[in-house]
Design a protein around this ligand. Structure first.
Ligand code: ADP
Ligand code: MG
Length: 565
């Protein structure tokens, strides 16, 4: 080896390696899923680049992944004939973590095994998971179309070495030297089972060697007669291409884990083949857990895009609106060109049509999920605040979205958001025309607001809004089922038909009797208030501040102030 240099891992890699080795012990087998997944991605990338440059195949366009083991040497090797890496690629990809937000993410880890295992799962441990089972990893790789091979070696302890090597085939070969307690993986049966578990759905064949020996007439092995044949172990067909009826739940779940890097099963999925003006197949999933970058501006979102089975890009965000950014999945279409780029996607009217179709699919999938209260509640607790961005972003679907919203209300007086607007409407009082809500900074502030006194007294339910996004939501969702949404803290309280004639009269009389008091208070407060008036919205508190109908709400004001407005 020549031009050898030893480099240090980026600090985040060191942290990640340390945490991973300690928290993923009981999930160790995922290293194979990650390595196969990278090998399959490398094949996808080569196939894509070879579209305009066939020479990159170097005469070997038969993409495949090979897995071998050596029980004596305690090694497992994963080899692909995909795109490969240059020396610069190796240093960047296998020495740093390019994902934004990594440092933030690592801070969230607590050191508690189980919690961290879940968090790390969402992060996608990738290549570095090799060190959960290996005390030394060697990567030999050559970029397709280049002559320079590279060898990378590391014990996962803070540094790695890179050197130039000669390599015949393009692609990447990764050899793990197993730790003493991970020798179980250097086993043909174990490896085959794992390949089937994690890789049936990827469309590259994963092959393993089978050694056969000839026997003589007496049944004895003929010395030197061993023949090694390569056997394809996985199904090797893209999962979404298969008919729904032939794909098992386990397979759908394994595929979800492949595309999302999540350890947990998804809550639900929807697999559809569309033919007609637009032709595409989609497979969308609702995860159970939020990715660490759900609220980050440049967090990963969108679907994996394929054009006629050829992988085009990850995170194609043009196919789903932002408020559905938690949805994971695959779209494969005939209606786009293989040369499509992110820029072209933005302008393509076909993409807009697919986006609106996929949005409907996703909303329908959530509607179905909502039939299972328990599962839907788990979904809502994790992603509800994101879905609440919907009515502002997607006016056309706001009724569908409104059906999916869940809130805290005075009906349960619980912080759990589990009441739908339909539930609220079904409990509306005789003569009640509006859906009442209050917005506050916290559930407790909302629940104990003096504005609610009159409503509680009259038994009229009020929606208790306390998420940061809520004021934004109600500024775009102004009615539901023909009933307008009304802020109990704004303007003149009009309880409409709920109040009887007698009550109204009594109120007017009180107002007259207190005219003097009102004038005195008005004079005392002067310019600090717009108006002072007698109210019947309070039953226990003597006074409260209300906003006029057109004023910006308190929450919104704070958001604007924070934004320097
Ligand atoms: P991810 O796959 O999420 O990008 P990984 O940690 O699994 O993260 O891999 C890091 C990067 O290393 C990949 O994005 C890819 O660029 C490179 N890489 C890993 N394995 C291979 C491989 N077998 N062939 C080519 N590149 C690879
Ligand atoms: Mg990977």
């Amino acid at each position: 080896a020549t031009h050898e240099e030893t480099l240090g891992f980026q600090t985040e890699v060191k942290q990640l390696l340390h945490l991973m080795i300690h928290s993923l012990y009981s999930n160790r087998e995922i290293f194979l899923r990650e390595l196969i997944s990278n090998a399959a991605d490398a094949g996808d990338k080569l196939r894509y680049q070879a579209l305009d440059n066939d020479a990159l195949y170097e005469g070997d366009s038969d993409l495949r992944i090979e897995i071998e083991h050596d029980a004596e040497a305690n090694t497992v090797t994963v080899r692909d004939n995909g795109i490969g890496m240059t020396r610069e690629d190796v240093i960047a990809n296998l020495g740093t973590i390019a994902k934004s937000g990594t440092a933030e993410f690592l801070k969230q880890l607590s050191g508690e095994q189980q919690k961290d295992a879940k968090l790390i799962g969402q992060f996608g441990v990738g290549f570095y998971s090799a060190f959960i089972v290996a005390d030394e990893v060697t990567v030999r790789t050559r970029r397709a179309g280049s002559d320079a091979g590279v060898e990378w070696r590391s014990r996962g302890e803070g540094e790695f070495t890179v050197a130039d090597i000669d390599m015949n085939a393009h692609g990447t070969e990764i050899t793990l030297h197993l730790k003493d307690d991970a020798k179980e993986f250097a086993d043909d049966y174990r490896l085959r089972a794992l390949v089937r578990k994690y890789s049936d759905h990827i469309d590259v064949p994963v092959r393993m060697p089978r050694t056969e020996t000839a026997t003589d007439d007496d049944g004895n092995e003929v010395e030197g007669s061993e023949v090694v044949t390569w056997e394809t172990v996985n199904e090797a067909q893209a999962l979404w291409v298969r008919p729904k009826s032939e794909v098992s739940d386990d397979e759908y779940q394994a595929f979800y884990k492949h595309i999302s890097h999540d350890f947990s099963d998804p809550l639900t999925w929807s697999h559809n083949k569309v033919e007609g003006k637009l032709e595409y197949t989609s497979l969308l999933y609702v995860p159970e857990r939020a990715p660490f970058d759900l609220y980050e501006r440049d967090g990963a979102r969108g679907v994996r895009l394929y054009v006629q089975r050829v992988f085009i890009m990850d995170d194609a965000e043009q196919f789903l609106p932002l408020y559905l950014r938690f949805i994971k999945g695959v779209v494969d279409t005939k209606d786009l060109s293989l040369n499509v780029s992110r820029e072209l996607l933005q302008k393509d009217p076909q993409v807009d049509k697919m986006k609106s179709a996929l949005t409907k699919r996703a909303l329908d999938m959530l509607k179905k999920l909502a039939k299972d209260n328990d599962a839907y509640q788990r979904f809502w607790n994790t992603f509800g605040a994101v879905l609440k961005e919907g009515p502002a972003e997607d006016f056309a679907n706001r009724d569908k979205i409104a059906e999916l919203l869940r809130f805290s209300t005075t009906h349960t007086d619980s912080a759990t958001q589990d009441q739908s607007l339909a539930d609220y409407v079904s409990r509306m009082k005789e003569g009640q025309q509006k859906i009442y809500y209050i917005v506050a900074d916290s559930f407790n502030a909302a629940k104990s607001s003096p504005h609610l006194e009159i409503f509680r007294k009259k038994g009229v339910e009020v929606v208790l809004l306390h998420d940061r996004i809520d004021e934004w939501l109600v500024s775009h969702l102004t009615e539901y089922d023909g009933k307008s949404l009304a802020d109990v803290a704004k303007g003149n309280l009009d309880l409409g038909e709920i109040e009887g004639e007698e009550e109204k009269q009594a109120q007017e009389e009180t107002a007259k009797a207190k005219e003097d008091l009102v004038k005195r208070v008005q004079a005392a407060l002067g310019e600090h208030v717009q108006e002072v008036r007698v109210t019947h919205r309070l039953t226990d508190s003597p006074a409260c501040v209300v906003l006029s109908e057109n004023d910006m709400g308190f929450q919104m004001r704070r958001i604007m102030e924070a934004a320097g407005q």
